[in-house]
Design a protein around this ligand. Structure first.
Ligand code: FES
Ligand SMILES: [Fe+2]
Length: 344
C-alpha cells in the first residue's frame, strides 16, 4: 500500500473530452436478488435491470429464475406453483422448467409444444445465503464466469448479520459512496465518522488489477471489486475480526438494492447481538441514503471534467475510469435497459 493521494497517478490523467455514457447500460455480472431464506416453496418476484423475474425452487430445492410473465397470456408466474416438472402458471397450467422450456400445455396434451412457448431463463446460484442471478439468457449458451466472493462470507469463523436497503439512486452513485473517505466526518458524524478528522491525510490506495480498488484509511481497508462488491476489513490482523460487506444490485436505472453483512468472529453466540449489528449497519446506510439520492445528474456524469475532483476523490476517479472503460469496451457484456425502464 504505497500510493499516497498526493502522488496518485489518476488525477493527472489525460481524459478524453467526452466519453460514451448511458444511464441505461449496466455490466452483466452476478447480482444478488434475494436472501436464500426468502425463497421457500412459493415463487418470489424481483426486479433486476428493469425486468421482473420470478424465482422458484424446484422439488430438489434448486433455485431457478425466469422472466415473470407467462409466454401464453402474460399472467404473473409468481401466482403459479412449483410442480415436479417446474413452475406451473396459475392461469392455464402451462409449465416451464428451469431452462425456460415449456414442458406442458394441459389444453393440448396430444400436440407438440411450440418453441415460442419458451420463457427466458437466467442462471442462478446460492452463495453466502444469497440468491444470485446472471442476467444473460440461458438460451444464449453463455457460460457465466465464476462468482468470486470475499472469503469472509463463506468462512465459518464469522457470524454474519444481514441487512438491506433500497435506494432511489443509480448504481454508479451508490458505488462511489462506498469509495468516498471525505464524507465520513460529515455524513457519519454521529456514527462511524465520530472520531474521523475532516482532513483526509491518511488515505492511500492501490489498484491491484483492473477490477479492484484497495483503499487504506486509518485502521480500515476498503476493498472494491467491479462492479458490485465491497468489503471493509481491519488493516491489522487480529483475533477478534470485524468486517462489513455490501453488494449492489441495479433494480433499474433509478433504483439500486443493497444487500449487506456485518461479520464478526467474536461474541458469536450472544443473543440479540446480530440484530444490533444489522440495525447499526442499516442506520449507517440510512445516513448515506438521503445524500446519494439527492445527487444530480442521477448517474455519474459522462466525463471526468464534468464534476470537480480533489485528491481525496482519487478512488472515485479510478472507479469512473473503469466505468467509462466498460461503457466504451466492445468486449465487456452489457445489459441495456429500455427507455421506459424495462428491458428490450
Ligand atoms: S397465461 Fe400462463 S398458462 Fe395461460
Ligand atoms: Fe457512507
Amino acid at each position: 500500500m504505497s500510493t499516497i493521494i498526493e502522488e496518485t497517478p489518476f488525477l493527472g490523467l489525460q481524459v478524453q473530452d467526452r466519453l460514451p455514457s448511458d444511464e441505461n447500460v449496466f455490466p452483466v455480472a452476478w447480482y444478488a436478488v434475494a436472501w436464500s431464506r426468502e425463497l421457500g416453496t412459493t415463487p418470489v418476484k424481483r426486479r433486476l435491470l428493469g425486468e421482473d423475474i420470478v424465482l422458484y425452487r424446484d422439488k430438489g430445492g434448486r433455485v431457478h429464475a425466469l422472466t415473470a410473465y407467462c409466454s401464453h397470456r402474460g399472467a404473473d408466474l409468481t401466482l403459479g406453483r412449483c410442480t415436479a416438472q417446474g413452475l406451473t402458471c396459475a392461469y392455464h397450467g402451462w409449465t416451464f422448467d428451469g431452462t425456460g422450456e415449456c414442458v406442458r400445455i394441459p389444453a393440448h396434451p396430444e400436440r407438440a409444444i411450440p418453441e415460442f412457448a419458451r420463457m427466458t431463463a437466467y442462471a442462478t446460484q446460492e452463495r453466502a445465503n444469497l440468491i444470485w442471478v446472471y442476467p444473460e439468457a440461458i438460451s444464449k449458451n453463455v457460460t457465466p464466469p465464476p462468482l468470486s466472493l470475499f472469503p469472509e462470507l463463506e468462512d465459518d469463523r464469522f457470524a454474519l448479520s444481514p441487512y438491506e436497503q433500497r435506494w432511489q439512486a443509480h448504481l454508479t452513485r451508490v458505488v462511489e459512496s462506498v469509495l468516498d473517505v471525505a464524507h465520513l466526518a460529515f455524513v457519519h458524524k454521529r456514527t462511524i465518522g465520530k472520531r474521523v478528522s475532516e482532513a483526509v491525510t491518511q488515505m492511500a490506495f492501490t489498484v491491484p488489477d483492473r477490477d479492484s480498488i484497495d483503499i487504506e484509511n486509518g485502521g480500515g481497508r476498503l476493498l472494491y471489486r467491479f462492479p458490485q462488491q465491497w468489503l471493509l476489513r481491519p488493516s491489522q490482523a487480529s483475533s477478534a475480526e470485524f468486517i462489513n460487506y455490501v453488494t449492489f444490485t441495479p433494480i433499474d436505472r433509478q433504483e439500486t438494492m443493497i444487500y449487506g453483512y456485518a461479520g464478526r468472529t467474536f461474541a458469536r453466540r450472544i443473543p440479540g447481538l446480530s440484530q444490533i449489528f444489522s440495525r447499526y449497519s442499516r442506520r449507517i446506510l440510512n445516513e448515506d441514503k438521503m445524500i446519494v439520492e439527492s445527487q444530480h445528474p442521477r448517474p455519474i456524469p459522462e466525463a471526468l471534467r464534468m464534476e470537480a475532483h480533489v485528491p481525496a476523490d482519487a478512488p472515485q476517479v479510478r472507479f469512473r475510469q473503469r466505468w467509462f472503460e466498460f461503457l466504451s469496451s466492445p468486449n465487456e457484456p452489457k445489459v441495456m435497459i429500455k427507455d421506459g425502464g424495462s428491458r428490450p
